[in-house]
Design a protein around this ligand. Structure first.
Ligand SMILES: Cc1cc2nc3c(=O)[nH]c(=O)nc-3n(C[C@H](O)[C@H](O)[C@H](O)COP(=O)(O)O)c2cc1C
Length: 186
């Protein structure tokens, strides 16, 4: 019997009506049997201050505890100025510190992005992948989920309505769960 896989996910937008938050909510409905996705809101995580990294604010303690407890991570990012938003990078920086207490260490991770533009956040994903190397995470390579022209893919209640996007998210989550199980047995 396969063990339950707990995925912990967060999106790098605080905006009401965010397509990326809508995307991670859609993903929660598309996880394969035997897995579940808990979504964490980054709202309330203060700007990183290295003076506080050994005794961080409660919200950061909770964030780090939940990352450590998770079997796998899902990160959903907007693209801001060809990179990831500061809100997301800031949360990742807190989660990775202090030195020797990187909460993300050795975790499998999948990433997705949604953008109003024609590249769907691709440039932000490649910047994010660079950080995942330093975090020593195992990033799922394929499929790459770039939700282009996001307003066309969600209905007016922020539900993902595009069937092809649902299929590619399912495939990504299946791969995340597959590789998470593989890594657990090595
Ligand atoms: C500060 C800022 C920078 C942006 N830069 C980019 C960009 O580089 N590439 C892109 O495709 N969209 C860019 N956008 C548009 C975002 O894709 C769009 O606002 C998207 O809806 C943000 O994600 P959200 O809906 O999850 O908040 C930018 C938006 C903001 C606010």
């Amino acid at each position: 019997m396969n063990q339950q896989i707990n995925i912990f996910g967060f999106a790098g937008s605080l905006r009401i009506g965010s397509y990326n938050r809508a995307l991670i909510k859609a993903a929660a409905e598309l996880v394969p049997n035997g897995a579940q996705l808990e979504i964490f809101e980054l709202d309330g995580i203060p700007p990183f201050n290295q003076d506080l990294e050994s005794s961080p604010p409660d919200k950061v303690k909770e964030f780090k505890r939940k990352i450590k407890a998770a079997d796998a991570i899902l990160i959903v990012t907007p693209e801001y100025n060809y990179s990831v938003p500061g809100v997301l990078k800031n949360a990742i920086d807190w989660g990775s510190r202090p030195f020797g207490d990187n909460s993300f260490e050795g975790k499998p991770v999948a990433i997705m992005s949604a953008s109003t533009g024609m590249l769907g956040g691709a440039r932000a994903q490649y910047h994010l992948r660079q950080s995942l190397i330093f975090l020593n995470m195992y990033a799922v390579n394929k499929p790459e989920v770039f939700v282009t022209f996001a307003p066309q893919k969600f209905d007016d209640k922020e539900n993902l309505s595009d069937q092809k996007t649902k299929e590619v998210i399912k495939e990504l989550l299946n791969n995340l769960v597959f590789w998470t199980r593989k890594l657990k047995t090595t």
